[in-house]
Each structure stands twice: as C-alpha cells, then as structure tokens.
Design a protein around this ligand. Structure first.
Ligand code: ADP
Ligand code: MG
Length: 463
C-alpha cells in the first residue's frame, strides 16, 4: 500500500512524502479512505500505530476547499486528554498541512494563560486542538462558535473518560452541528468508551487494528526484582549506566516521586528532569523540548504526563515504580520502540508487587523475562520452588478482600490495600458523576496517584 492510493489531496500527499514515511501504517490504510468517504469512525489501535496521521490527513483534506459556512470558528476540532498530546497533534497538523498557504491552528489547553488563547480566537481559525476543560471555559464565555465545524475528533477517548471529562465532552458535542463527521480513537472500545462512542457517532464504521500477539515485538522487556529500596536504587544506578542507553523515560508512581528521583539522578551526575502534571505548562514544554534536542537524557515522569509522548531518541523505558494498571504498562513501554525502531523496557518489582506483574502478563498474554545484573542479584528467589510458598501463591487463595472474594480484576488494588477499588466499578467515570465534581486537566488522575503515594509505604514496611 502506498500513500498515493489513499485518495489524499495532492498538497497533503506532498507534505506526507516530505516527512519520509514510505507507506501508511495499518490503521492509516484503513481509516484514511473511510474518513475521506465521510464516514464516522470508531478506531482502536495500539499505541505508536500512527493514529494521529490517521485522523489528521483526511481531516486536513477538507481544508483544501473553502468553508461553505461563513464564520470564524474552527472547521476541525480535536479533543485530547493532555496538553502534551494537544501540542503533538498541533505539530502534526502543521507538518501535514504545510503546503496550505495559511493554516490556522489554535491550541486551547489548561495550565496556559487565557490571554493568547483569547487573542487567537478573535481571528478566524481552521483547527482547534483542546483539552475538554479549557475548551468548556472558552465556550462558557461565548468565545467560540462551532457553526463551521465539519470534523470532531476524540483522541485517546478512553483516557479522557478516565480523567473525568465525560460531562464536558457531552456538553461540547451537544454544541457542535449534527452534520459533523465524528472520528473517535481509543485504546479500547469496550465498556463506557463504547457506550459514549455509540452516542456520539452515526452509523460509525468500526476499525479495530488487532493488537498484535506481541504488543511490542521490537521492545525487549525485562523484570528486575529488588529486595529493598536501597537495592532498587542500586539497580537503577546500574541500568542508567548501560552504554546502549541513549535516552530513557523513567516512570514513577507519583509526582513527588518524579521530583525526588530526578533530583537524585542529577546528584549522581545525570542529565535528568521531571515531568508531571503539577508543573506549569511552560516548564513542561521546555522540558520536552530539552528531551527532544537531547539535552535531557532521563525524563522522570508520571503516567499521565508522559502519555502519548513521541520522542525518537528514547531507547529505554525504566519502570522505577511498577505500573498499578496493566494498561499503563503497555502505554509506558510504548514510549520506546517508536515507528519500527527497537527499544528496551525494564521494570523494577518488589516481591510483594508480583501480582502487578501477573496482571500485566495476563493482559499482554506474554511472560516477561526475569533478568539480573551480576553482583546485584536479589536475595529472595522470585519464584520459589518447593519449600514455603508465599501466602498469595497458595492454591485457592482468594485475596484478603473484606467480606468477599477477590475478583481478580487487573488494576484492582484491594488485594494489597492499594489502588482505587471504586475505579473498577462498572460505569465509573473518574468521579465525574459526583455532585460538584470539577475536572481540571489531568488533575483527577494525578490526584489518584497522589493518594497511592502514601499507601505503598505499607508494602515497604516489610523490608
Ligand atoms: P499513536 O497516536 O497511534 O500512538 P502516533 O500518531 O503518535 O501514534 O505515531 C507514532 C510515530 O509514528 C510518530 O513518530 C509518527 O511520526 C510515526 N509515523 C506515523 N505514521 C507513520 C508512517 N506511515 N510511517 C512511518 N512513521 C509513521
Ligand atoms: Mg496518539
């Protein structure tokens, strides 16, 4: 399959060819022709599969013709969960739309000052890329009209719901023209996302690019077991000195953890910087720029802040704190091995966190290899043969859940007193249905991480 067979407008095709892509990815090959034909789409495809171009290319083609409706409002609206993703989408629009004489994009994200956004909105605009909360603010002030809107895109829809944006999304969509085309992208189309997707689209075509047996064939995944926090730090120290490591994202469970660890790495002489949701937008942007131009070797980040980040030089992902949710694992390791390159993903796990590994392995359908570093082997055997087995491995063990059976849902944290049991309830919408709930950027999710910050101590007391 060649890009020229997709039916793109010549100037878009020219811009794509200038990027050096040789052929469309699976999701692009399926979604682009369908979107060009005007269909609503529900698309699920794994991270790194090229979804941005899959929605941006066909949508941009519409801008080759002038709008049939008079007005200043956007013709394309992209909703994304985070500021970083919004910036990536805006950049993609500029890249693929570079042949257009004047492409006007505005990014409306939380954490950035209102002034420049308002100024941009007072001029005609083609594309708005927004996080739902800030877009709602502008709508409530009457600063934006959707009379000209032709395409509505929801990128990472599942994540937006996780972050409690459902009410905002529904209110935004209700204000857009019924004639719009809706393109919804999500890691999964099950559960709440599927329901929302059906509400927002008409006769949508469903495109599911099969999760490859191996979610990340070109990513070499390893586990290192640690005995105690000091051992964990020594392992990290050895890992970051690996000569094959060009750049790495190091994941921590909490924002404070990201700050502390980046400082620790800097103390040890490494070029490390933190990235998390509490940092002001300009700082986050600057940090990412410094990663992109190679001035930062280690980006120490939380799940939410690093979601969807695409930096070619990232050779390693190090899960300093093991992810609580199997799904987060897949998103984390997807920060390396981008666009066909190879990558290495290393996860540090305490013995009491083995259930997290089991959840991940069940979710990806793939066992992760246990590795050791000479001189830094753990003293406890990860999978004891014979002898005393840890209680949690006892046959018939149903978990310590009070008054009931452990349901064994991935990510449910009841078993060890961590996690957020309410987050697993069917229909749970990130708290958005609570009275007085106000979603603020990626805060709600980050706040959940914060709660966990204190609880993991429980596991650590055993060391
Ligand atoms: P997703 O949103 O599915 O996680 P992205 O849209 O961020 O993935 O794309 C991942 C990377 O793949 C980006 O660096 C992008 O430039 C690159 N990419 C996209 N399409 C192609 C293609 N057809 N050929 C090669 N690289 C591509
Ligand atoms: Mg994406």
């Amino acid at each position: 399959m060649n890009f020229s067979e997709l039916g793109l407008h010549p100037s878009i095709l020219k811009a794509v060819e200038a990027t050096g892509y040789t052929e469309p990815t699976d999701v692009q090959a399926q979604a682009v022709p369908a979107a060009l034909a005007g269909a609503d789409l529900l698309v699920s495809a794994q991270t790194g599969s090229g979804k941005t171009a899959a929605f941006m290319l066909p949508s941009l083609c519409r801008l080759a013709e002038p709008s049939a409706v008079k007005g200043y409002g956007p013709r394309i609206l992209v909703l994304t969960p985070t500021r970083e993703l919004a910036m990536q989408v805006e950049k993609a629009a500029a890249t693929y739309g570079r042949e257009f004489r004047r492409l006007r994009t505005v990014s409306l994200v939380g954490g950035a000052p209102y002034g420049p956004q308002l100024k941009q909105l007072s001029q005609p605009v083609d594309i708005v890329v927004a996080t739902p909360g800030r877009l709602m603010d502008h709508m409530e002030r009457g600063k934006i009209d959707f009379d000209r809107l032709e395409v509505l895109i929801l990128d990472e829809a599942d994540r937006m719901l996780d972050m409690g944006f459902i009410d905002d999304i529904q209110m935004i969509v209700a204000r857009t023209p019924k004639t719009r085309q809706t393109l919804l992208f999500s890691a999964t189309l099950d559960g709440v996302v599927g329901k929302l997707a059906r509400e927002l689209t008409r006769d949508a075509q469903r495109i599911e690019v099969a999760r490859k047996e191996d979610p990340a064939a070109q990513i070499d995944q390893k586990l290192h077991f640690f005995d105690d926090p000091m051992h964990k730090m020594r392992l990290l120290d050895a890992l970051v000195r690996d000569a094959t490591l060009k750049q790495a994202v190091v994941f921590t469970a909490t924002k404070a953890g990201a700050e502390d660890l980046s400082e620790e790495l800097r103390d040890r002489g490494f070029l490390a910087e933190a990235l998390h949701g509490d940092m002001p937008q300009h700082k986050r942007t600057r940090t990412l720029d410094r990663v992109r131009n190679g001035r930062v070797q280690f980006l120490v980040a939380t799940d939410v802040a690093a979601r969807g980040i695409d930096v070619a030089g990232i050779s390693h992902v190090i899960n300093f704190d093991a992810p609580r949710q199997a799904e987060d694992y897949v998103h984390r390791i997807g920060r390396t091995g981008r666009a066909g390159r190879s990558g290495i993903a290393v996860t540090l796990v305490g013995f009491r966190e083995r259930h997290l590994v089991r959840n991940i392995e069940r979710y990806t359908g793939q066992a992760i290899e246990v590795a050791t570093i000479p001189g830094l082997e753990p003293t406890i055997k990860p999978r004891p043969e014979g002898g005393k087995r840890p209680w949690s491995d006892k046959p018939g063990y149903k978990g310590k859940r009070p008054g009931g059976e452990w349901k064994g849902k991935p990510g449910g944290g009841w078993k060890d007193g961590q996690g957020k049991p309410w987050g697993d309830k069917p229909g749970y919408q990130g708290g958005a249905d609570r009275p007085g709930f106000k979603p603020r950027g990626d805060k709600p999710h980050a706040a959940a991480g914060q709660q966990q910050a204190h609880k993991p101590k429980r596991a650590e007391r055993f060391w």
